[in-house]
Design a protein around this ligand. Structure first.
Ligand code: AMP
Ligand code: MG
Length: 365
């Protein structure tokens, strides 16, 4: 406002930018214009900040499945490229079928100590804990049994009882000796073979998610064929709407093109084991790739098990274990664990949920 005694004088505190823009004798109009301009410039600057948050996505074939990774954040494209490279490195380390991998070398070592990477020790620690928690239903020493059934090869067949008895002698986590500090592994029984197929995918999903988060990305999804870990919430929604839970579909075991349920979570893993994922049929019998370590035979009973918990590696091991344990023992294990929920689909396609699961789940039928 002009001062009544000094009509030529602008009577107001000039913002610093006005001083910068107009010098000492700014007229009101000029000042308003300057403030407006400042508003536009700073608005554009903030907008540009929002826009530079990239949304990126990668789809690759890996770990015998389709892997999709999505992220919102600065340099998301680069971060996802690096995450994929890291996942490929881990797959090559942990697969029993890749020549020269840690697991391959352990299996070939004829009882000698084998130096391994930290990652292999980390997977063994998860596997050991799962073996203990599940009374041996989850057991990474089933490698020789899986090979006998031909899983992981083109030559699947039903072995004889005598063959099974022979390879079962090497099954049991007590046959694995390993040192965290020394970073070595040794198989004590000549027949023991490791197979990380029931836990490695989850572990790799975790590592990718943690890598992405460590690069400053706030919202991301790592999806390995339906085995998912969410960093933050759902990517690719406008920032002003805030963080939203990500929605993860659970397939209908009788028709994989359909979803039977949707689970909504933030900062969590959602992971499914199913008897429909890998199996073969002989003489009208269906043989699933999940083996009961007590008998050496494929499990029967549940169609699928979906686990929700913070770590995908843990979810992976538990999902496989609950397939082995079956509905009752499986559900009582889940209820005994903190921060773990489950959705079971029985052979009759009945849906059974743990106490905290319904709050996260939308049933689609
Ligand atoms: P998933 O799809 O996570 O249930 O893993 C199944 C894979 O885990 C199989 O293809 C085998 O490589 C391995 N596996 C099968 N049965 C078991 C078991 N009882 N404990 C641990 N791993 C298993
Ligand atoms: Mg598993």
């Amino acid at each position: 406002m002009p001062h009544e005694n000094h009509p030529g004088l602008i009577y107001c505190r000039a913002p610093r930018s006005a001083v910068f823009l107009g010098g000492s004798q700014l007229k009101l109009k000029q000042l308003l214009f300057a403030v407006l301009l400042l508003g536009i410039v700073s608005g554009a600057w903030v907008l540009q900040g929002y826009m530079s948050i990239e949304s990126a996505r990668r789809d690759v074939l890996m770990m015998d499945t389709f892997v999709s990774v999505l992220a919102d954040g600065r340099q998301a494209e680069k971060v996802l490229d690096d995450a994929i490279v890291e996942m490929q490195r881990l797959e090559a380390l942990l697969s029993a079928h890749v020549e020269g991998s840690d697991v391959y070398r352990i299996n070939q070592a004829r009882g000698e100590q084998v130096s391994v990477s930290t990652e292999t020790i980390e997977v063994l620690l998860v596997a050991e804990e799962a073996f203990r928690q599940t009374n041996g239903a989850f057991d990474v020493t089933l490698g020789a049994v899986l090979k006998l059934w031909g899983f992981g090869t083109d030559d699947r067949r039903v072995p004889s009882a005598a063959e099974l008895l022979e390879v079962l002698a090497g099954v049991g986590f007590a046959n694995v000796e390993f040192s965290r500090e020394g970073q070595w592994v040794r198989l004590k029984h000549p027949g023991t073979r490791l197979d990380f197929g029931g836990v490695a995918k989850g572990y790799i999903v975790d590592r990718a998610a943690e890598f992405i988060a460590s690069r400053g990305i706030r919202h991301a999804v790592v999806d390995a064929g339906g085995d998912v870990r969410i960093v933050g919430g759902r990517p690719n929604i406008p920032r002003w709407r805030g963080a939203r839970p990500a929605r993860v579909g659970v397939q209908d075991p009788t028709n994989r093109a359909n979803l039977i349920a949707v689970v909504s979570v933030m900062d969590a893993a959602v992971l499914t084991s199913g008897d429909y994922e890998r199996y073969f049929v002989e003489d009208g019998m269906r043989y699933s790739h999940i083996i009961d370590p007590r008998t050496g035979r494929p499990v029967q009973g549940l169609s699928s098990v979906t686990i929700v918990t913070s770590k995908a590696a843990v979810a992976d091991a538990l999902a496989t274990a609950v397939m082995v344990l079956g509905q009752e023992a499986g559900m009582s294990l889940i209820e005994s664990l903190d921060g773990v929920e489950a959705l079971l689909i029985t052979a009759e396609q009945e849906l059974i949920m743990s106490s905290g699961m319904a709050a996260l789940t939308e049933i689609l039928r």
